[in-house]
Write a protein that binds this ligand. Structure first.
Ligand SMILES: Cc1ncc(COP(=O)(O)O)c(C=O)c1O
Length: 404
């Protein structure tokens, strides 16, 4: 079993080649990407210690993204399920409607610091694309978003938003026409344009530096949550933190400050989509998008196709950092089907005033399954990491309505 290091941020627990636990991550990139990646790593290491840069980041988080996101108890759902107390960290309340806002903003700030004028990113659900388009507009950068054509059609509201914000949306027609192909195409674009373009990878995936920047940015969520828990309970109570997993960026942000706690005190539960579930099934380690990770493969070892109603979860790989958390036994992973997620959305929106997108609806489904089995003193917190408006059409097709 891999052992995690205490008091060392999880993003820094790699060796000099970028491997976590001698097994996950690394830098399997094109030769031409080596130098820009090295330059970016040096820049990031400098910026994360630079007080002026941190002040700028905090300024943007507060005055542009809207500051601390709410934390509240779902009284009706708790009463209905009759077990554990259910709490919501409503990250979807951020300006940008999803946790991707942190990561997009930090990437745009880094792009400015690097002196580059162009920024390129991938998107599946359109949440990262939308937030990158917003941040680019705010900081006067030219923005290109790579997106599979299947996702362009199923996440149309976010595509319109990106275009209205002035970003170029590049349709990707190869492979499954979803996120996996969008990431590949965006990386190809970067290989030929790295002199003037900053690459913003949309989740905690890719070569070492990209997943580090991503997880460092989203960790704002757990910094806030820790303070909010202490304010509410006077201490960190016995907790279960439930988060959906696509590439894994929201979960890493939600869990970051709690990784050093004993798992009996703070349990970390990741929920994948049933047919895109490398961490919760017996998937092998394979190399995808420049890094070794748990990944769905076919009999020949090729990357397998996935299937999910949720564009943000329709991805065969998983962050190398989740490989580390799984193999160290620190986090546990399960999955939920489209049907489970839809049923969760139905119940939550009937009882409470939140409208989760399809991605966090998977986490809500696990919460609904677990809560009745637990005691009233147990505390479940779900990261409600995205707003549902982008999935309105899908919810209407599947459920016949979208709540007011
Ligand atoms: C709202 C939302 N939640 C979750 C995810 C899954 O990605 P990750 O696991 O990187 O948070 C996405 C991806 O687009 C998303 O838009």
């Amino acid at each position: 079993m891999i052992k995690l290091k205490k008091k060392t941020p999880i993003i820094d627990q790699h060796d000099k080649f970028g491997f976590y636990g001698n097994k996950f991550g690394g830098n399997y990139c094109a030769e031409t990407m080596r130098k820009p990646i090295e330059d970016l790593s040096k820049l990031f290491e400098k910026l994360r210690k630079d007080r002026k840069f941190l002040k700028k980041r905090d300024h943007y988080f507060k005055h542009y993204l809207g500051g601390e996101t709410p934390f509240f108890k779902l009284e009706n759902l708790t009463r209905y399920l009759g077990g554990a107390q259910i709490w919501c960290k409503d990250v979807s309340a951020i300006n940008g409607d999803a946790h991707k806002a942190y990561h997009a903003t930090v990437n745009a700030l880094i792009c400015k610091e690097s002196g580059k004028r162009y920024i390129a990113g991938d998107t599946g659900a359109g949440m990262f694309g939308k937030n990158l388009a917003m941040a680019a507009k705010k900081m006067n950068l030219k923005c290109k978003i790579f997106m599979g054509t299947k996702d362009i059609s199923r996440q149309a509201p976010n595509v319109k938003f990106m275009r209205d914000a002035g970003a170029e949306v590049v349709p990707v027609n190869s492979g499954s026409k979803t996120l996996v192909d969008a990431v590949s195409e965006c990386m190809r674009h970067y290989v030929s344009n790295c002199d003037n373009t900053h690459l913003a990878v949309g989740s905690a995936i890719g070569c070492n530096i990209f997943l580090k920047i991503c997880a460092w940015s989203t960790s704002q969520i757990s910094r806030e949550l820790k303070k909010q828990l202490i304010l509410e309970f006077g201490e960190i109570p016995k907790l279960k933190l439930i988060n959906v997993i696509g590439g894994g960026s929201s979960a890493l942000g939600f869990w970051n400050e709690f990784i050093d706690y004993d798992k009996k005190h703070v349990e970390l539960i990741g929920v994948e989509a049933k047919y895109a579930a490398p961490l919760s099934t017996n998937a092998k380690v394979a190399i995808l998008h420049g890094a070794a990770q748990y990944c769905l493969t076919d009999k020949e070892g090729q990357i397998a196709e996935t299937r999910s109603l949720s564009a943000g979860l329709d991805y065969p790989g998983s962050s190398p950092l989740h490989g580390l958390l799984k193999d160290s036994g620190r986090a546990r992973y399960t999955n939920a089907s489209d049907k489970d997620a839809l049923a969760a959305f139905k119940l939550i929106t009937k009882l409470e005033d939140i409208r989760p997108s399809l991605e966090p609806a998977h986490a809500w489904s696990e919460c609904i399954r677990l809560a009745p089995k637990l005691k009233k003193s147990d505390v479940l917190v779900v990261n409600n990491c995205g707003k549902g408006y982008k999935d309105k059409k899908i919810y209407i097709e599947e459920l016949g309505y979208y709540p007011k």
